[in-house]
Design a protein. Structure first.
Length: 79
């Protein structure tokens, strides 16, 4: 198997497309049985997060989540 001539540390310029833009805030509320619901600021739809592994990673002080609806990163805030 041949490896590419560029090192693995080299990034393609397309990865920097959204790097300069601010992460949008998404208001989130806790629901029954430990679920979390937030409203996507792009599509205004409501998303319910019930996956235990994802909920465990959201216990940080500034939880960020890739939106299941629009695919962008959102900063979850408490309502």
């Amino acid at each position: 198997m041949r490896f590419p001539t560029q090192g693995f540390g080299t990034m393609h310029s397309s990865v920097f497309g959204h790097a300069a833009s601010a992460v949008r805030r998404a208001p989130a509320t806790m629901r029954g049985h430990g679920a979390l619901r937030y409203q996507c600021p792009v599509t205004n739809s409501f998303i319910l997060v019930t996956d235990d592994a994802t909920l465990a990673t959201l216990a940080k002080t500034q939880p960020r989540l890739r939106c299941a609806d629009c695919g962008e990163m959102h900063l979850l805030t408490h309502e």
